[in-house]
Write a protein that binds this ligand. Structure first.
Ligand code: ZN
Length: 151
């Protein structure tokens, strides 16, 4: 899929795809949101445990392509310990990264998705979990779809 992307990036994505982190339901979560990308068939549910404004725990379940699973897995690691505002700022950075290949500010391990912008069909796979995150933080109960007024 990635012809000229850094091998290390590819390895991280494959690793998180094959062995997703925090891949479980969270029965007593503070909030959750379902995300669906009909173009690819990615379908995942994100769970968050909040402590006032802080994200204490994040997990997900679901099925989808390697990019969507790796993105959700890395998201759950990335947002732990962040405030809601910081998580929303990270969403904006990741969206910028996957659509342009560059990000304003530090994206940590999410940098592995820097090559996704070259594959427009995969951008929604990479950003799906982040849409679900924002939906969960806003307390929206409706499933989040990449094909509904999201971009
Ligand atoms: Zn996908």
């Amino acid at each position: 899929m990635f012809d000229d992307i850094n091998d290390l990036y590819q390895q991280v994505i494959l690793d998180h795809c094959k062995q997703p982190r925090n891949f479980h339901e969270m029965p007593r979560c503070s909030c959750s949101a379902q995300g669906f990308n009909p173009l690819c068939g990615d379908n995942l549910k994100l769970f968050l445990t909040l402590d006032n404004d802080l994200i204490r725990e994040a997990s997900f379940v679901g099925s989808g392509c390697c990019i969507s699973k790796a993105s959700a897995s890395l998201l759950t690691e990335n947002v732990r310990g962040k405030s809601k505002l910081e998580a929303e700022q990270m969403f904006e950075r990741v969206r910028e990264l996957v659509t342009t290949g560059k990000a304003t500010g530090d994206v940590g391990k999410l940098a592995v998705f820097a090559g996704v912008y070259k594959y427009p069909a995969r951008v929604k796979c990479a950003i799906l979990a982040w849409h679900a995150l924002v939906g969960a933080l806003k307390g929206e109960n409706n499933p989040v779809s990449t094909e509904n007024d999201l971009n």
